[in-house]
Design a protein around this ligand. Structure first.
Ligand code: ADP
Length: 346
């Protein structure tokens, strides 16, 4: 159900080819994340000077912010081949051993969702990362022997949306951890302008800003909204997308000015109208909006909390004053003073 949403930061199945076309190919082309870019630049330059593969790198941050893009850029900047796999795709330690032993010197192994790697595979990875070795177990029972297998020097690029879930022995084996954060509106506008040039979409500057404001600081969502706005304008027979087209399109798709969609608003409305602003437990809230708990917890809640519409308290979820106002309701005075800075900000 969550996958139906226009503002989900997860990739949709039909999007991978579209995303491929829009991915920046070099570090210089990668918009925003200045600190991370600078750090990676130093790391790569040093590795090139030493003429050796770069240290293992962990990329952490919410989905859709550019972790896969950065891994591909790393490979192209190092002129190294890259192998792409993910934690859930590796069901046995043997799968990982097979991948590792087929790598070539200097190759980059991109392991997406590394926090979902099964435990035995994770343990095998420790030795591989540290000593470039795997121990292959031959045979079963008391007669089983372990044969050490030397691996080529490779660079592991791990990506995770949940760095906190990684056990510290794994986290500690990365030479460098880059944390990607949400993009500001100017950076997202830049992403949209760049994509519209690549897709040959003519769009006014203020329309770009309008789409950027609704993109939740996430390039993947920005690119998706741009495509939907383009479709809308095309059907209307427009050669150039104006701010009116952008607004009308996003209203039709029910993505509001701050990037909230129908589910986000339904959660806020339920919280305020049915539970008088809370506190209310997540499962009760999910039932009230007719959604799975998982969807509310992983999709709507993080965005609403991060943007100050909702807060988590030990007694349950509560709507903040901004949450009340966003759905056109005046917050009770105690809420305004509890959760917002000046109540007169309204
Ligand atoms: P993640 O792996 O973190 O989920 P991706 O690397 O797949 O995210 O990025 C999603 C899409 O967003 C890509 O198609 C890419 O075009 C775009 N994108 C991400 N980061 C940037 C950036 N810094 N500049 C331009 N486009 C970006």
């Amino acid at each position: 159900m969550a996958d139906d949403r226009l503002v989900t930061p997860q990739i949709k199945s039909e999007e991978s080819a579209l995303e491929q076309a829009l991915r920046p190919k070099s570090l210089g082309d990668f918009i925003g994340q200045h600190r991370v870019r600078e750090q990676i630049d130093v790391l790569l330059t040093a590795a090139r000077h030493r003429n050796s593969p770069a240290d293992h790198i962990l990329l952490s941050g919410p989905p859709g912010l550019g972790k896969t893009t950065l891994a591909l850029i790393l490979a192209s900047e190092m002129q190294a081949p890259i192998r792409i796999t993910s934690g859930p795709a590796i069901t046995h330690a043997g799968d990982l051993a097979a991948i590792l032993s087929s790598l070539v010197e200097g190759e980059i192994l991109f392991l997406d969702e590394i926090h979902r790697l099964p435990r035995p595979a994770e343990e095998l990875l420790y030795l591989a990362m540290e000593d470039f070795r795997v121990d292959v177990i031959v045979g079963k029972g008391p007669g089983a022997t372990s044969i050490p297998l030397q691996l080529p020097h490779f660079t592991l690029v791990g990506a995770t949306t949940r760095a906190g879930l990684l056990p510290s022995p794994l986290r500690d084996r990365f030479g460098f951890t880059a944390h990607l954060d949400f993009y500001n509106e100017g950076e997202i506008a830049h992403v949209i302008s760049r994509s519209s040039e690549l897709l040959k979409i003519s769009i006014d500057k203020d329309a770009v800003v309008e789409v950027a404001g609704r993109s939740r600081g996430t390039p993947r969502i920005a690119n998706r909204l741009l495509r939907r706005v383009r479709d809308f304008a095309q059907v209307q027979g427009r050669a150039q997308i104006s701010i009116h087209d952008a607004k009308a399109a996003l209203e039709m798709y029910e993505v509001d000015q701050l990037g909230l969609d129908r589910l986000d608003r339904a959660v806020l409305v339920a919280l305020v109208e049915r539970f008088n602003g809370g506190p209310v437990g997540l499962s009760t809230l999910a039932i009230a909006v007719g959604e799975e708990i998982e969807t509310v917890e992983s999709v709507a809640e993080p965005f609403l909390v991060r943007n100050g519409f909702m807060a988590r308290t030990p007694r349950g979820r509560v709507a903040t004053a901004q949450g009340w106002r966003h759905i056109g309701r005046t917050p009770p005075a105690e809420i305004a003073t509890l959760f917002d800075l000046p109540a007169s900000d309204a």
